[in-house]
Design a protein around this ligand. Structure first.
Ligand code: ZN
Ligand code: ZN
Length: 128
């Protein structure tokens, strides 16, 4: 049983890494193709376990299904207004830490979800 759980976790992690900021539903769809025995509930549970253990990030966006990111390095996201792709971006001089430090007393902040938007390199026709 333990071995099977380890295998499932690995399969789910691999799917997470092969997709671009997927939702749990997208991870499930990818896993289900090769491993039909892995249930949807398992995928959701394992993904939130990854997030709790710092193995993945949960990307919350209001009004949208949560997305997961295997890249746990502090980084920002930009959504393309043309194709909807979510890309990793680094914005020079922009520090999440400062945002949290500047917070007021009325709310205990635990994090920030910040999404930039613009036009991605694919829609700009750049291949770099
Ligand atoms: Zn695009
Ligand atoms: Zn990312």
């Amino acid at each position: 049983m333990k071995e099977r759980q380890t295998m499932q976790k690995q399969v789910i992690y691999d799917a997470l890494c092969s997709l671009n900021h997927p939702t749990a539903t997208e991870v499930y769809a990818a896993v289900h193709d090769s491993y039909p025995t892995v249930s949807r509930a398992t995928v959701f549970r394992v993904l939130s376990g990854f997030a709790a253990n710092g193995k993945a990030l949960e990307l919350r966006s209001s009004g949208q299904e949560m997305r997961y990111d295997y890249n746990t390095y502090a980084h920002y996201h930009a959504r393309c207004t043309e194709c909807g792709r979510l890309s990793d971006v680094t914005v020079n001089g922009f520090k999440e830490k400062n945002l949290l430090a500047n917070a007021c007393d009325e709310f205990t902040l635990q994090g920030v979800t910040l999404e930039f938007f613009g036009v991605c390199k694919f829609c700009q026709g750049k291949t770099c």
